[in-house]
Design a protein. Structure first.
Lengths: 178, 591
């Protein structure tokens, strides 16, 4: 499976429902984008077009806002999100090693990519989760996992994958015990 | 003894959950279904998570670092008189003297944090039982000017970073004649390494609401926004629940407690932009625009959100207000120093033994927080210094730990009180790498409006990268300093105005590390990948094979269970140091 097949199927009725609930004025731009991303994991072009078509929010404004804030992403995501915290405490305690380890487990070697080939997981860096005393840490789905090293991050990922029955991309490396 | 006699209190803040609080709660529910189990928020003793307190007929017990494994023994001890857990888990018990770890709490003076970790944040009744909304009742009998005077007496300055006297800001907005005024609670804690706002919003949301009511009453605002980071889902949830229960009880809405005072609060989830710490950028964000600052004047107090007079106060500032109104401004001013009144919350983290939230009177020495409350180094390695105030702050060396925590005194060192981030580092932290980390952050977060901030921070990041790779020249340090000065001088807002601080302070106190990278092509801390190599000290190798399993590039080979057999293929090694993390005999040399 390629990441392009992860494109969301946008339901216009749902977008119109959000507009009714959250309003269509300029100050609703951020909440509307948050609703879209909350549902689809990213901002599909079609959903943003619908907002522009049905509200007073302009294309300039919605695209400007979508590209300004760190929370929003324009590319599709895998079925589960992994967020690695890169706050100061996590950086000092070795957060970059979590990235190296997880990228290896997910077989993502192209720096420009952040989603595993099989569409299982997307690896994202976030500024700070605010759990600095548990550094370094990551968030899989909604679960915050703290005080881990690179090997621990891989173990937590395997555990999560088993729980949700995801297959991790086959890593190139042979296990020592096999 | 019956489990029904037990009240078990478990810390379920975000940090407690990260340490496994949900599993622990489930274990207690399974093993002692009749016990009363309460979830409270993070008490700020993050190094002891998961934290469990038990009120039992035997007395009060507090356990730290509990996992589900310890649950049967805790219950066995309390209910069946079996043996107690090992000493390291027992923080407070009637039969033992106060432990060292307990000193973490007793050395603090908690005003903003006074309820955090003690009450169930979803219970309005528990907040009311701890003098909740008493200050609201009090101010309804005072004039707005009397409220402002009380806050003036307290001497409190904005806790978000800028440190502007709160009463002064309020006076400007109070003086405006307008049918609509706004009060914004700034909970967009963008400083990576600070989490006091998260803890206050999660753990004591009614206190923040009461603080907002006091500020709104003083300036005559009828509409409030709580701007909370989207990365803090539990804070958004708990704060939302608190607004609902406070509205139902008549503390929010129209004719509050039968008075003519009207005030409502809406939550706005911040979408992630450090620059929104700047007031005008935050307002642009609420209005639905890119969060870009604008020129002042007009100041927000005169012309702010939607063109109306607006006051923006930080979560921690607001959290102090109910206490100040209940106890008097003078009682608050009794803490602290001439220059800096009251207490301040710090988020203590990094290479420290006991990290978490720490609230101390202003004027406390930096070293007393780090060594006294924090217990010094976690690893036993030498503490090199601390980073204060996040990306806008600076790094000070351990030799300056005698500096009192005061606005003026810290500014002299090049650091700032800021929002209260305090990250401690030992000799394994490279100062060039740390400066690069902060510049990467500010460069990404620069909104792009001012040229020097937009391009200057990028140039600085490039120079720091060259230094970290051993490719720079000594003259580049002069260029780096020149860029610092120009970015400060030519930026509209505080993001650019303070972005060079991490570089300026590391250049000032740790210049020898820059020189080691440039001249000797060496990273003394063993951090900068381009300048280090990994080598197995084979005489110490036990053949445990953990390094081989951890290595992502198959660079490590050897015979499992055969001592002295492992080696690293330099051609394949990417210097990620994952092997170092897992090596039990500590036999991988990084240099």
């Amino acid at each position: 499976m390629t990441t392009s097949s992860l494109e969301a199927n946008v339901e216009p009725e749902l977008v119109k429902q959000w507009i009714t609930e959250l309003g269509g004025g300029p100050s609703s731009t951020v909440p509307l984008l948050q609703a879209i991303q909350g549902k689809y994991g990213y901002l599909p072009r079609k959903a943003m077009d619908l907002i522009v078509e049905h509200t007073e929010i302009t294309g300039r404004q919605i695209y400007g806002v979508a590209t300004f804030y760190a929370q929003f992403r324009l590319r599709p995501v895998g079925r589960y999100m992994i967020k690695v915290c890169h706050g100061t405490a996590c950086h000092v305690q070795g957060a970059d090693r979590l990235n190296t380890a997880l990228r290896h487990s997910l077989n993502i070697h192209d720096e420009a990519q952040d989603t595993a080939e099989n569409g299982s997981y997307t690896l994202e860096n976030v500024a700070c989760v605010g759990c600095c005393s548990q550094a370094p840490l990551m968030v899989i789905g909604k679960e915050v996992i703290g005080n881990i090293n690179g090997a621990g991050a891989q173990k937590a990922l395997r555990k999560h994958a088993r729980g949700v029955q995801e297959v991790l991309p086959k890593a190139e490396k042979q296990s020592v015990n096999s | 003894m019956n489990a029904a006699a037990l009240e078990i209190i478990i810390g379920e803040g975000t940090c407690g959950i990260a340490a496994g609080a949900v599993e622990v709660t489930e274990a207690f529910k399974a093993e002692a279904p009749t016990a009363k189990i309460r979830a409270v928020s993070c008490a700020g003793m993050c190094h002891q998570e998961v934290l469990v307190e038990v009120n039992s007929p035997k007395g009060y017990y507090k356990y730290g670092k509990v996992t589900k494994k310890e649950v049967p023994q805790i219950l066995g001890f309390l209910l069946k008189g079996e043996s107690q857990l090992a000493e390291e888990f027992v923080l407070v018990a009637p039969e033992v003297p106060a432990t060292e770890a307990n000193g973490y709490m007793t050395q603090q003076t908690r005003i903003a944090l006074r309820n955090v970790g003690l009450l169930d944040p979803t219970s309005l009744e528990e907040y009311e039982a701890r003098d909740g909304y008493k200050a609201l009742r009090k101010i309804l009998g005072l004039t707005p000017q009397e409220v402002i005077n009380e806050v003036k007496d307290s001497g409190i300055r904005g806790r978000g970073g800028a440190g502007f006297p709160s009463h002064m800001k309020w006076s400007f907005a109070a003086a405006q004649q307008n049918d609509t005024k706004y009060l914004i609670c700034n909970g967009d804690e963008g400083d990576p390494g600070a989490f006091m706002d998260r803890s206050l919003l999660e753990g004591d949301p009614h206190n923040v609401i009461e603080g907002m009511l006091i500020a709104a009453y003083a300036i005559g605002a009828t509409h409030g926004y709580a701007y909370i980071r989207a990365e803090y889902p539990l804070a958004v949830k708990n704060f939302g629940l608190a607004i609902k229960s406070a509205t139902a009880k008549g503390y929010l809405g129209n004719n509050i407690l039968g008075s003519s005072f009207n005030f409502e609060i809406k939550i706005k989830e911040g979408a992630g932009a450090f620059v929104c710490g700047e007031e005008t950028a935050l307002m642009a964000s609420i209005e639905g625009e890119r969060g870009m600052p604008r020129r002042r004047p007009p100041f927000p107090a005169v012309k702010g959100l939607f063109g109306k007079p607006t006051i923006i106060n930080n979560v921690e500032t607001l959290s102090n207000l109910p206490w100040i109104l209940n106890n008097g401004g003078k009682a608050f001013a009794a803490y602290g120093t001439e220059d800096s009144k009251g207490t301040k919350v710090f988020a203590l983290a990094g290479a420290i033994k006991r990290g978490g939230l720490v609230e101390v009177p202003m004027g406390t020495k930096v070293g007393d927080v780090i060594y006294g409350i924090g217990g010094g180094s976690a690893s036993g390695r030498k503490i090199k210094g601390a980073q204060l105030g996040g990306p806008s702050g600076g790094c000070i060396p351990a030799s300056l730990f005698d500096t009192p925590i005061e606005y003026a005194a810290l500014q002299k060192t090049g650091a700032i009180v800021g929002s209260g981030g305090m990250i401690v580092f030992d000799d394994k932290t490279c100062m060039v790498d740390l400066a690069k980390f902060f510049l990467q952050f500010t460069q990404l977060e620069s909104c792009g409006k001012c040229t020097f901030c937009r391009i200057g921070t990028l140039r600085m990041k490039e120079l720091l990268t060259l230094i970290s790779e051993g490719k720079a020249k000594l003259e580049d340090l002069d260029l780096l300093e020149e860029l610092c000065v120009k970015i400060v001088d030519n930026s509209l807002c505080a993001l650019g105005g303070t972005a060079p601080n991490p570089v300026l302070t590391t250049l000032r106190y740790f210049k020898e590390e820059y020189i080691a990278h440039i001249v000797d092509h060496r990273c003394p801390a063993g951090k900068c990948k381009a300048l280090i190599t990994h080598k197995v000290i084979q005489s110490d190798c036990t053949g445990c094979s953990l390094c081989e399993k951890a290595c992502p590039t198959d660079a490590i080979t050897g015979e499992p269970k055969v001592a002295h057999s492992y080696q690293i293929d330099m051609a394949k090694c990417i210097n990620c140091s994952m092997c170092v993390e897992v090596c039990k005999p500590n036999c991988i040399l990084v240099e």
